[in-house]
Design a protein around this ligand. Structure first.
Ligand code: DP6
Length: 359
């Protein structure tokens, strides 16, 4: 039998890095978070998931993830079924073929589920021709993976904690142009897939998570939003590091402790702490994985790179992907005494945009 297929939609979504973290849920079905969170969207030209979606008369669904057949999991069906419920009876019957690929290591704590679920949500809404706002789509993506909702906007993004599906949405606080010289450096300390997913780890320590999200996080949300309003880098950097340390304290002290950071992650934390004396010019933050995102400003990038390169070791100069103005010929000068091996350093701006249609 020959089935009719429909035109293929291809989209791309950026990932995001939380400065104030989402950790803990009040409703696991809907991924309603215990606390509001705040993130920066990572430049879509640097890290992205690209997803193609094709509808077909064959009512079978299929997922190919990074070129391998993969299971259509419950979280994917939560997104698919929600978008189907807004679509036409004709579309509901059609099968969905999804091909998705990350241009960065999957599940190594680099928010691949965020860009992946945001791309799926955006792509399927286009394939179904739905007229939904970015805020509404953020809520649908949240059903697949909480942090995915924050990938729907460029710049600085807030995801609000609320007690119902329709209210817990993401919104943009500032576009990327608001603070053009913010930069991120991602340091790859490990490329392995993580052993415990965030979803599972969030089930492990409700009491400590609640304390964190009721007492400490609301204060930090208020302060960091003020920090962005005042463009106070020092305030933002301090809260970012406090938040990352707090998150990993809670994770590592659960009844069943999980350790996402490795020895190299700890070394990098120490390098940043030393770099910040006397003035705070950079902040580290780790999601559920060992690879830090380091926030800094363009004016401090050269100093930061020189400091890092004198202590962390790259195998080749191609592992350094930074802006044009840093002269790669200098790498050798700095690496003589570097001891901490890493797989790469990648510079990124803050993304101007959320998901985009490629064709
Ligand atoms: C540490 O969004 O991956 O990155 O909602 O269960 O899919 P699920 O979890 P996920 O958790 C992300 C946690 C975090 C912090 C953050 O991104 O805010």
């Amino acid at each position: 039998m020959i089935f009719r297929s429909f035109s293929k939609i291809t989209v791309r979504s950026p990932t995001n890095i939380a400065l104030v973290k989402y950790w803990g849920k009040t409703n696991e079905e809907l991924n309603l978070p215990m606390n509001s969170s705040l993130s920066l969207t990572v430049d879509i030209d640097q890290f992205y998931t690209q997803t193609s979606i094709q509808l077909s008369e064959n009512n079978k669904d299929r997922l190919v993830l990074n070129k391998q057949e993969a299971e259509m999991t419950g979280r994917i069906y939560r997104v698919v079924n929600t978008l189907k419920s807004y679509s036409t009876p004709d579309n509901i019957r059609k099968g969905i073929e999804i091909e998705s690929e990350n241009n960065f290591p999957t599940a190594a704590g680099m928010a691949s589920s965020a860009s992946g679920l945001a791309a799926l949500t955006f792509g399927l809404s286009k394939a179904y021709n739905l007229d939904l706002s970015s805020e509404e789509l953020s809520g649908v993506a949240r059903l697949g993976s909480g942090s995915a909702c924050r990938s729907f906007f460029g710049g600085v993004v807030e995801w609000t904690a609320a007690d119902s599906h329709g209210k817990s949405l993401a919104k943009q606080l500032h576009p990327s142009e608001y603070w053009d010289d913010l930069r991120l450096l991602v340091i790859l300390t490990d490329l392995e897939k993580k052993k415990v997913s965030s979803t599972k780890a969030m089930r492990l320590n409700q009491r400590m998570m609640l304390e964190r999200s009721n007492e400490r996080v609301p204060l930090r949300m208020k302060e960091i939003k003020q920090g962005f309003a005042d463009k106070s880098f020092e305030k933002i950097a301090r809260i970012t590091m406090e938040e990352s340390d707090d998150l990993h304290y809670v994770i590592e002290n659960a009844d069943k402790p999980v350790k996402y950071l490795n020895a190299r992650s700890e070394e990098i934390k120490n390098i940043i702490k030393r770099f910040n004396s006397p003035g705070v010019r950079a902040a580290y933050t780790f999601d559920a994985g060992p690879n830090p995102f380091i926030l800094t400003r363009k004016q401090d990038m050269r100093d930061l790179l020189e400091t890092l390169l004198s202590q962390i070791k790259l195998s080749t100069e191609n592992d350094l992907k930074v802006s044009e103005d840093f002269d790669k010929k200098l790498i050798k000068n700095f690496q003589a005494k570097a001891e901490v091996p890493v797989y790469g350093i990648i510079e990124s701006k803050i993304s101007k945009t959320g998901p985009i249609l490629i064709h």
